[in-house]
Design a protein around this ligand. Structure first.
Ligand code: SAM
Length: 301
């Protein structure tokens, strides 16, 4: 087996980290992404900031202690979460004003993404402090990359509402979004949410990406209805992301739109008819409006 010294990457990583650690960390707020399961998923820059920061804030000090201890970082950790944010923010802003460097991490992944930090970042920007984001693990991007569903456009919609009525309303709002939907979900709600996704979004490509970067990583692919059945039968556990592909655009011919418009225009204005037909057929309103204008011109002439 090769010794550490024989591994070029180990030698270089140590050199790069040592160089970063030799420089003082400038004052400012640092948003540091941390692993979403596999502790090795941390950047050299993240380690160097966590080691050098004047103060490190995290959601749960006991949880983040494990990560820091794994890398031999002996920092004092302070909690910053949704319950103490209002109280703690003035102290953090005062520390920044005093020229300190403050790092913020969350339990896992990228801070601010369904995690605390947004108000702090806004207030730090408003007060003129430097804000730096250190990229790294993200459950959203890791799931998107592995799902095998279109990645050119995606909408991250966080967690769906827990109650069915509100959840279906939210899904109806998302129905026409021409992008892959990325959703966080808790295991206890997976089957119910997939059921509602099947009912409201219909037959699309979908996936459930579970325990990413961990020992039992698993990605299931299928339609929402198939995945809902799987979830109801096997009650999968762990951390999970749901992905749903964009709506399948059926090409509606101009003639169909014009015929529908012709009927509606006897009762509605062009604007209202265009909106109604666009909603009904799932086509852009501008296209329907233009066809409506052409129809009116042909009727007039
Ligand atoms: N800020 C984090 C990020 O950037 O990944 C997300 C935090 S959010 C409170 C936690 C949710 O992220 C979980 O409920 C789950 O939906 C998703 N998640 C986090 N780690 C995951 C993993 N290893 N595999 C799958 N989903 C994960």
């Amino acid at each position: 087996m090769a010794s550490d010294a024989e591994h070029g990457s180990a030698r270089r990583a140590v050199e790069v980290l040592a160089k970063l650690l030799a420089e003082p960390l400038p004052a400012g707020l640092y948003l540091v992404a941390t692993p979403i399961g596999n502790l090795a998923d941390i950047t050299l820059r993240a380690l160097s900031v966590l080691e050098r920061a004047g103060i490190v804030y995290c959601e749960d000090t006991r949880h983040s202690r494990t990560l820091l201890a794994h890398y031999g970082i002996a920092q004092q950790l302070r909690p910053y979460h949704e319950h103490n944010g209002e109280r703690e923010r003035p102290h953090i802003l005062a520390a920044l004003a005093a020229g300190k460097s403050v790092a913020v991490i969350s339990d896992a992944g990228t801070p601010l993404i369904s995690d605390p930090g947004y108000k702090l970042v806004r207030e730090a920007i408003a007060a003129g402090h430097a804000v730096t984001s250190l990229p790294g693990p993200s459950a959203v991007l890791t799931a998107l990359a592995v799902a095998g569903i279109a990645t050119d456009a995606f909408l991250f919609a966080g967690f769906l509402p827990p109650r069915q009525g509100a959840r279906r309303t939210r899904l109806a709002e998302l129905r026409a979004v021409p992008a892959t939907l990325v959703l966080f979900e808790a295991p206890s709600r997976l089957a119910g949410s997939l059921d509602d996704i099947a009912a409201v979004l219909g037959d699309r490509e979908a996936a459930v990406a579970r325990e990413l970067t961990k020992l039992h990583e698993d990605v299931r692919r299928g339609t929402p209805a198939e995945l809902s059945q799987w979830a109801a039968e096997s009650a999968p556990r762990g951390e999970m992301v749901i992905l749903v592909g964009p709506p399948v655009m059926v090409d509606v011919p101009d003639e169909t739109i014009t015929a529908r418009l012709e009927r509606m225009l006897s009762e509605l204005s062009l604007r209202d008819a265009a909106k109604a037909v666009a909603d009904e057929l799932g086509v852009p309103k501008g296209r329907v409006y233009d066809l409506g204008l052409a129809l009116k011109r042909s009727q007039a002439g």
